[in-house]
Every structure is written in C-alpha cells, then in structure tokens.
Ligand binder design. Sequence first.
Ligand SMILES: Nc1ncnc2c1ncn2[C@@H]1O[C@H](COP(=O)(O)OP(=O)(O)OP(=O)(O)O)[C@@H](O)[C@H]1O
Ligand SMILES: [Mg+2]
Length: 230
Amino acid sequence: MIECKNVSKVYIGDVPALENVSFKIKEKEFISIIGSSGAGKSTLARLLHAEEKPTSGEIIFNDENIAEFKKKKIWQHRRDVGMVFQDFKLLPKKNVFENVAFAMEVSGKSDKEIAEDVPKILEIVGLAGLEDKYPNQISGGEQQRVSIARALVNRPKVLIADEPTGNLDPDSSWSVLESLIKINKYGTTIILATHDREAVDKLDKRVIVLEDGKIISDKETGKYDLNNKK
Ligand SMILES: Nc1ncnc2c1ncn2[C@@H]1O[C@H](COP(=O)(O)OP(=O)(O)OP(=O)(O)O)[C@@H](O)[C@H]1O
Ligand SMILES: [Mg+2]
C-alpha cells in the first residue's frame, strides 16, 4: 500500500535527515517508527503526508509516486492520509462535538452527515458523553482523542500520528494508543512515530527503528527489546 524506495531527505546544505530509507507498509498494518530526537521520524511523517518532497527516492502510495504530486493530488492524498500531531490545536471556544463537526463542515459535509457521523467517531475514540465539554474542561489525553476524531472525519485509509502522546502522562498516553488500536481494528492503517519505547513495547506490533536517518531495525512483530535495541 505504501512503499518507500531509497528515500533520502537533505535539508539545504545539511547532513541527511533521512538516508536511503526503504520499507513497505501493508494495508491495515499498525507500524511504529521509533528513534531518538533528530532521528528523522517527523521528517518521514511529513514526507508520507506529502508536506515535503524527498531529495531522492520514491514514495509509492497505491501505485503512484507521491513525490510527483501537484497541488490537487496533494489535497486528495491528505484525505486518504490523515495526520495527528503532538501539539493538537483544538478550537477553545468550540466544544468537543463542535470541534469534530467543524472539521466536517470545512470538508464540505452536510448537516445530516455531521449529525450522523460525529457521535459515531466520538464513540470510537471513547469520548461519548463529553460532547458538550470545552477543551479546557477535559484532560490532555481526551483532548488528543478529540484531535484524532477530527483526523477521522474524512475516513482516511491511513492515519499518521507524530508523537501523539508526547505531552501526556502514562495513563493518558495509553488511552490515546488504545484509540489508535481500535481505529486500526476498524481497518485504518496506523503509522505511529514516537520516542516512547515503553508504549511501543506494550503495543507489540511492527517496529522500525530509525537512527540518524537510517533504518537500523525493522521487525514484523514482537516486543521492542528495551535492553538490546537491535
Ligand atoms: N525544516 C527543517 N530544516 C532543516 N533541518 C531540519 C528540518 N526539520 C528537521 N530537520 C533536521 O532533520 C533531522 C531529523 O529531524 P526530525 O524532526 O525528523 O527528527 P525526529 O525524529 O522527529 O525528532 P524529535 O523526536 O525531536 O521530534 C534533525 O537533524 C533536524 O535538525
Ligand atoms: Mg519529531
């Protein structure tokens, strides 16, 4: 479904942020990209989301090279591939329901669709009952799940989450990861970029380890070995 072929990214005049990165992601897979700060996780996430282009190499999504996409195709691509960030920005004057509904309005959905879909999406991310709360009335983990709900309104085939638990305590982090697991079970491919080794260990899914822009390990399943990272 997604294939990176010898992808490198060099920001102007600098050492490569990514160097010859190659891997394939199957449909409906849940994959974590782990690595320390500066390893290239966010760069890879942005390339997959078509926010930036690789310096060399190809990124194939459903048989097309997204590095060659022009504006219109990029917009289409971002409907297929949603993104969630660490610093989720919710609209403070809109409640939970309205924050998700607003994302649907922006993408041209009808009132009927909004009335039907928002409760379903909020149920999936475990926020049923919090519809009327404002962002400052809910926890960080709940806020992050609103931002995940928002990313789901276009029913993306793939959801990229870049450090979605970065600012959260362990319990809240786990509630966010549980939501991602559930979304994955419903059929969405999940790409999780994180430096949280314990979370990845707990997930027990495929893990790619990035170090200085290179893949140093890619394991199909099994736990990330905390004592021996290779
Ligand atoms: N816009 C940019 N311009 C120049 N260099 C950049 C840019 N973005 C990232 N870099 C560099 O590319 C390398 C990889 O950065 P990246 O943000 O992808 O790492 P990361 O794994 O996401 O790190 P973190 O865990 O801190 O978020 C780093 O050396 C970084 O300084
Ligand atoms: Mg990052």
